[in-house]
Design a protein around this ligand. Sequence first.
Ligand SMILES: NC(=O)C1=CN([C@@H]2O[C@H](COP(=O)(O)OP(=O)(O)OC[C@H]3O[C@@H](n4cnc5c(N)ncnc54)[C@H](O)[C@@H]3O)[C@@H](O)[C@H]2O)C=CC1
Ligand SMILES: O=C(O)[C@@H]1CCC=N1
Length: 284
Amino acid sequence: MSKIAFIGAGSMAEAIISGMVAKNLVEPGEIHVTNRSDKERLAFLQSRYEVTVSESLEMLLNDADVVFLAVKPKDILRAMEAAKPYINEEMLLISVAAGVDTASLEGIISKKVAIIRAMPNTSAAVGESATAIAANQYTNQPDLDLARKLFETIGSVTNVKEDQLNAVTGLSGSGPAYIYYLVEAMEKSSVTIGLDRETAKQLIIQTLIGAAAMLTNSDKPPAVLRKEVTSPGGTTEAGIKVLEENGVQEALISCIQEAAMQSKRLGEQISDELAGSLLLRNAR
Ligand SMILES: NC(=O)C1=CN([C@@H]2O[C@H](COP(=O)(O)OP(=O)(O)OC[C@H]3O[C@@H](n4cnc5c(N)ncnc54)[C@H](O)[C@@H]3O)[C@@H](O)[C@H]2O)C=CC1
Ligand SMILES: O=C(O)[C@@H]1CCC=N1
């Protein structure tokens, strides 16, 4: 595998880099990274993963085979405008930005570049991301295979239609946060019922691992697995009753719908911004 460039060096870039390095698919020195201005952050990534850091976009992108775009959606336009002169049609561009569609990226670049829009999650850092990918019109099968191979170093890969990616973002892109939120509540509750945090932590984590393994290995749906935990007149029934009274399941459904909507809104902001900047350019 040859040169891989990262525009953006935040938590998602690090999660992907750490996964790729751990699986030895890429020589760490062949991973080149830049960010907006935080030199300390680049130095940290260099010392931790032995990647090559670059403060110039020209050097970063020169001869790059794959370019990961890992900046926040609001920074996409500026980052891509700056990168555009060094992007060519031989490259595969992979964007992990929430909401930003490949049509907007094509609009910024104005070249026939293969673009994969991907939505991983931060469990990439431990090789357990659930990543979904979709390709633009200029992407061929070898590009898709390469993207799959890269993302498989950080977990599972699912092909979706591009218009499903906002839903994916609300569900599994943000998904780890929902699980952590649940764990925070479980930890907070443990002290109120007489368990120290350390003991509770071990019990909670193994409970999550066990439930995930049951969901993976059993052909029973989650509702049936839940029923099997729930003895009539027992503890689970008493606990779940409180969740039902508080509308927790409905709240979770609304949470995921809102996150997916926010992904769509983020994308719309970019296409509006892009349309505005094109109008401005044409008026000059
Ligand atoms: N954090 C997460 O759980 C996930 C994030 N994503 C997506 O990944 C992208 C990055 O997110 P995070 O890593 O969480 O953000 P972050 O804030 O940790 O990192 C963003 C990086 O982009 C850099 N940057 C900003 N403007 C730049 C520019 N003009 N040129 C070069 N670099 C620039 C920043 O310096 C920083 O290194 C976002 O688009 C987000 O939607 C996708 C899946 C999950
Ligand atoms: O919160 C966000 O916007 C990003 C995208 C998915 C997870 N984190």
